[in-house]
Design a protein around this ligand. Structure first.
Ligand SMILES: *[C@@H]1O[C@H](CO)[C@@H](O)[C@H](O)[C@H]1NC(C)=O
Ligand SMILES: *[C@@H]1O[C@H](CO)[C@@H](O)[C@H](O)[C@H]1NC(C)=O
Ligand SMILES: *[C@@H]1O[C@H](CO)[C@@H](O)[C@H](O)[C@H]1NC(C)=O
Length: 598
């Protein structure tokens, strides 16, 4: 407030040159305000006034309803438009803002001395404007004060604010501005995987390189999950991909993650000798690096590329490395890129006219790290969800891991000031337009793994495609956990796959890893083969999968009927017959799914 008044006084001092525009832009309303600093973060210092922020303005998309309808039409196997995905130009037209929104935002920028033509980036549809502005000026534009906030657990520092305002006139034209009140960085997010103690002395286990029959999967695959195990478990062992000239699988990597080619070759040699020599394509997004000498701190990425390759081989895999600058230094006056890598990656992909038919990515965060009031009506997750929607409309299938904390990690207290304990749904797992993959363990029986993320969104309403499957689960639950979860929210996970004992190669050594980060690329590998089959038959790829999975293809999954996902000091949901919020519809049987495809 103090800043705004100073600014108004300064302008008044100019002799009232622009009284009309003063009124137009100085009548402001709060867009979002935190009651308390988001969990895990603390105020550190005031950023230098000339610290440059990359201000990203997301304009309201004018024909969003049409995009939603189009997405559902092309994804519904009973609709006559099934598979008729939209081109880049068609999607760009549907996400474009109304000309009035463009006019209003550009006038506001001009009022602040910013020439819209100098924008660093404008998306093809026009819904994104990215400009580089010193923090002091952003503070005037958004009537706020920025701080440097520190996340001790990950060592991340970001420049963010506890609240921001917009001219009242712009509230209906702007969905979101970043960086503002969204605190997470990919470093502070939980990478959904963790190393396990070695489960078997693999170096001398030549047998791991041989095929396993899907008719008799050995019990050892329940604890020591090799490439041959997942191929057998999900019944892809005998499928030979036939559309490898067209079909592609995309894998998203973020800051400081580099897919390691040498480890992939060692993995093939050890576990899948036929694939030795197969490499993946590296694509650098916004200055992403491909540093082969530093293969990333997370095992995450190795799982993604090794297990996605293990199933989809020889389908080309594309590894996207999204850049970003080093963590913010409080005493540095150099421009620092405070981008959201997710947004960079999605904007990069959506700017290409041809995109991979299948994607796997594995990070997640608590839904409540973003402002509830605008997650649905415009805001960071809302905007992200629109981007996933665009990928689906273009014909891509997107897989996300469901998270590794069951119904919620930590103390599960709400961050609205009440400190009430509630289950903590994860995002993007809770986005209605991605396919969320939970975790299982064991063979005969296969059961839910106890950390499998699952629950009900507090932001996104339950999509109609899942109502018939989710209702029996809710009915059986009755009043249990009432008040801890939102029964009308989007329910997840949708499906599941193995999540423990994965044998991957990191820095030349075989290591055991666990996490739903194992489940998501494994499932994506199966989807990639289903896409291969569709394409080889001259048909469109599957695109957004959920409407198909919850209807025609439902019987292509092996139902997982025991196990639970405790968290928040509660026993968690229980897996049972039919859909459940621990393992979703179950694990995939490729051959059955293939037979059920439209
Ligand atoms: C694989 O498919 C065959 C033929 O449908 C079936 O008999 C077998 O049980 C399946 N195996 C697994 C692991 O799903
Ligand atoms: C989008 O694609 C066009 C055409 O390929 C290219 O000229 C432009 O630089 C791209 N923009 C971004 C931000 O990647
Ligand atoms: C439940 O979800 C709906 C959206 O489906 C939302 O409007 C509502 O506020 C949520 N309720 C609670 C208590 O979280």
């Amino acid at each position: 407030m103090l800043l705004l008044s100073t600014f108004v006084v300064a302008l008044a001092g100019l002799g009232g040159a622009k009284p009309l525009s003063d009124k137009r832009w100085n009548d402001v309303s709060v867009k979002h305000r935190w009651v308390e600093i988001p969990r895990g973060w603390e105020f550190h210092s005031t950023p230098p006034e000339d610290h440059l922020l990359e201000m990203r303005i997301g304009l309201k998309q004018n024909r969003l309803d049409e995009l939603v309808s189009a997405l559902y039409e092309v994804s519904d196997p009973t609709h006559d438009k099934y598979g008729q995905h939209l081109s880049k130009e068609e999607v760009d037209a549907l996400v474009a803002p109304h000309p009035d929104s463009v006019e209003a935002v550009e006038s506001w920028l001009q009022y602040h001395g910013i020439n819209p033509a100098d924008a660093e980036f404008r998306s093809a549809g026009g819904e994104w404007i990215v400009i580089r502005v010193p923090v002091a000026q952003v503070e005037r534009m958004l009537d706020t004060k920025y701080g440097v906030y520190y996340h001790a657990a990950s060592g991340s520092s970001v420049v963010r604010t506890m609240e921001y305002s917009l001219p009242t006139e712009l509230l209906s034209h702007i969905d979101v501005i970043t960086p503002t009140t969204y605190f997470s960085t990919l470093r502070s997010m939980r990478a959904t995987s963790f190393l396990q103690p070695q489960t078997a002395p693999l170096e001398d286990a030549a047998s791991f390189a041989t095929d396993i029959s899907p008719l008799a999967v050995p019990a050892s695959c329940g604890t020591t999950v090799t490439a041959s195990c997942v191929r057998a478990l999900y019944n892809t062992t005998n499928y030979v991909p036939a559309a490898t000239a067209t079909n592609k699988l995309g894998i998203a990597g973020y800051l400081q993650e580099y897919a390691n080619d040498a480890d992939l070759q060692t993995f093939f040699k050890q576990f899948l000798p036929n694939a030795v020599g197969t490499t993946f394509t590296h694509v650098q997004v916004n200055g992403g690096l491909n540093d082969q000498s530093d293969p990333g701190v997370e095992a995450n990425l190795d799982i993604r590329n090794q297990f996605a390759e293990a199933i989809s081989f020889p389908t080309p895999n594309i590894y996207y490395s999204t850049g970003g600058s080093p963590p913010f230094q409080a005493d540095s006056f150099t421009p620092s890129n405070t981008n959201e890598p997710y947004l960079d990656w999605l904007n990069f992909i959506l700017n290409s006219s041809t995109i991979p038919q299948t994607f796997s990515t594995s990070y997640g965060d608590d839904e409540q790290t973003v402002p509830e009031d605008y997650a649905v009506s415009g805001g960071f997750w809302y905007v992200m969800t629109n981007l996933f929607m665009q990928l689906g409309a273009r014909g891509s299938s997107i897989m996300f891991s469901s998270g590794d904390e069951g119904v919620g990690g930590g103390n599960c207290q709400a961050n609205d000031g009440t400190k009430k304990v509630i289950f903590q749904p994860a995002f993007p797992a809770s986005c209605p337009f991605v396919t969320t993959v939970g975790g299982t363990t064991g063979v005969n029986p296969t059961v839910a793994v106890s950390f499998s993320g699952g629950g009900f969104s507090r932001y996104f309403a339950q999509p109609s495609y899942q109502t018939a499957s989710v209702t029996p689960f809710l009915n059986a639950l009755g009043t249990k956990f009432a008040g801890l979860y939102n029964a009308t929210g989007r329910a997840y996970p949708d499906v599941s796959a193995a999540a423990e004992g994965f044998q991957i190669v990191i820095n030349g050594r075989v290591s055991g890893v666990a996490g739903t980060s194992c489940s998501s690329p494994t499932f994506a590998g199966v989807v990639s083969l289903l896409n291969d089959f569709r394409i080889s038959e001259g048909k469109a790829p599957l695109g957004f999968l959920n409407p198909l999975f919850y209807s025609t293809a439902k019987s292509g999954f092996n139902d997982i009927v025991s196990g639970s996902n405790p968290g928040c000091g509660q026993t968690g949901f229980t897996a049972g017959t039919g859909w459940d919020s621990v393992t979703g519809l179950g694990t995939p049987d490729f051959l059955r799914l293939q037979a059920l495809l439209p």
